[in-house]
Design a protein around this ligand. Structure first.
Ligand code: PGA
Ligand code: ZN
Length: 424
């Protein structure tokens, strides 16, 4: 591969979809080629995630400014990368990790580093005359179009309603193509809006574009979803449109280890039984973060109880970290991992986390964050990695729709790419 020479690397403090500051990285080569990357940011973060650098200056953006992270890019990182030849993304990411020097990327800021890493991947694709998904595809892996998981009811940390579970998603597993899958998501979303307003619920939106009705019990939301799937003319279940949950259970666990669901306070064992009942009653195919990140015993029990029937996805407990995922595989925790580039902080390490999963036949779901930009990087990552699954919010709000539209674009340009889960 031809090496690249970066002539200009700059960053800006822009806004994310929640109106909070985030980092945009602009990278330019000598031939004038230029790419931009927008950095996502989460609200229900795992404790072992790579660390965002925030200014903490209360006089700007309530302390959330990212001027320091911007300075990391324009200063130290630009000094490192400019004017030298770089042969691969792995080299660039290794140099970024070394320059930062901390295990969590806290010195320069994971929000600075991941933006540069994403921009570097894009520019390498550009120079190679490839699309980004082609550039990101590991040797020996077949690219495919992922099943989209549309988060249509928001609760937890993403909405001001009493729902304890954070995400209720619909996943058109049975759709014949990418475009038909996006259509199904949009039609179910519209049917759900009618259903909610017909029953007198507000149809205001949560952070990821799903509705945030004043429902309390997970069963209430699940019942609504099944009706919306049917009203839109689809079959609830794996042959049609299935349901996926991300309760984000760390968010409703009390210090004494009990889980608060509606009015109940459940032990870890009772929580597992509650999920078993939900799975028996509703067409749920996947549960992410069903238990808290530090409830390892519970995770093992959950995996034993439901792991052969549904997908169990680790997010807050795995944080896209190849070493943590490898240890979890040894401990038989979960059978799938959520994949978020900013949780680990470089694209190379993200690809390593996915390779670790593949070796153990753990499934992978590429994911947005609740704070997003219009950058569509993760759509290409999901296709190139061949992982078969993506979640990037509701089929509404520009920053979410941008990713789904990018998937439609890729599928139209490459009709040979298969759609669907594939095998992990
Ligand atoms: P976050 O949540 O982006 O707000 O951290 C997403 C998730 O829990 O999957
Ligand atoms: Zn999650």
């Amino acid at each position: 591969m031809n090496p690249i020479r970066i002539v200009d690397l700059t960053a800006l403090e822009i806004l994310d979809s929640r109106g909070r500051p985030t980092v945009q990285v602009d990278l330019r080569l000598g031939n004038g080629a230029m790419v931009t990357a927008g950095v996502p940011s989460g609200a229900s973060t795992g404790t072992r995630e790579a660390v965002e650098r925030r200014d903490g200056d209360a006089s700007r953006f309530a302390g959330l400014g990212v001027a320091g992270a911007v300075e990391s890019v324009c200063g130290e990182i630009a000094d490192l990368l400019r004017g030298r030849d770089w042969a691969s993304l792995a080299d660039i990411d290794a140099a970024l990790i070394e320059l930062d020097g901390t295990p969590t990327k806290s010195r320069l800021g994971a929000n600075a580093i991941v933006g540069v890493s994403m921009a570097a991947a894009k520019v390498l694709a550009l120079v190679a005359g490839r699309e980004l998904w082609q550039q990101l595809r590991p040797d020996g892996v077949d690219a495919r179009l992922p099943v989209p998981h549309f988060n249509v009811i928001n609760g937890g940390a993403h909405a001001p309603n009493p729902l304890d579970f954070q995400e209720f998603m619909v996943a058109p597993l049975g759709a014949p193509s990418m475009a038909e899958a996006v259509r199904a998501g949009a039609e179910v979303y519209t049917a759900l809006r009618s259903l909610l307003s017909g029953e007198g619920h507000a149809t205001g939106l949560g952070d990821e574009g799903g509705f945030a009705p004043m429902l309390r019990r997970p069963e209430d939301a699940l019942g609504m979803l099944v009706s919306a799937i049917q009203n839109a003319g689809y079959l609830p279940g794996r042959d049609g449109v299935a349901i996926a949950l991300d309760p984000a259970a760390t968010g409703f666990r009390d210090p004494d280890g009990r889980y608060r669901v509606d009015e109940e306070r459940l032990s870890s064992e009772e929580m597992v039984e509650r999920y078993a009942e939900l799975v028996a009653r509703y067409p749920i195919w996947s549960i992410e973060d069903g238990l808290a990140e530090d409830d390892k015993g519970g995770w093992v029990a959950l995996t034993e109880r439901l792991g052969n029937r549904i997908q169990l996805v680790g997010d807050d407990n795995f944080v896209t970290n190849p070493d943590i995922i490898a240890a979890a595989i040894d401990d038989a925790v979960a059978n799938a991992a959520l994949i978020k580039v900013n949780q680990i902080g470089t694209v190379t390490e993200t690809l390593q986390a996915m390779a670790t999963c593949r070796r153990a036949s753990y499934a992978q779901m590429v994911s947005h964050r609740s704070g997003e930009t219009t950058d569509t990087f993760i759509a290409d990552l999901a296709v190139g990695s061949g992982c078969g699954q993506i979640k990037t919010g509701a089929p509404a709000r520009g920053e979410r729709v941008a990713k789904y539209n990018r998937l439609i674009e890729i599928s139209a340009a490459h009709p040979d790419l298969p759609y669907g889960l594939g095998s992990p």
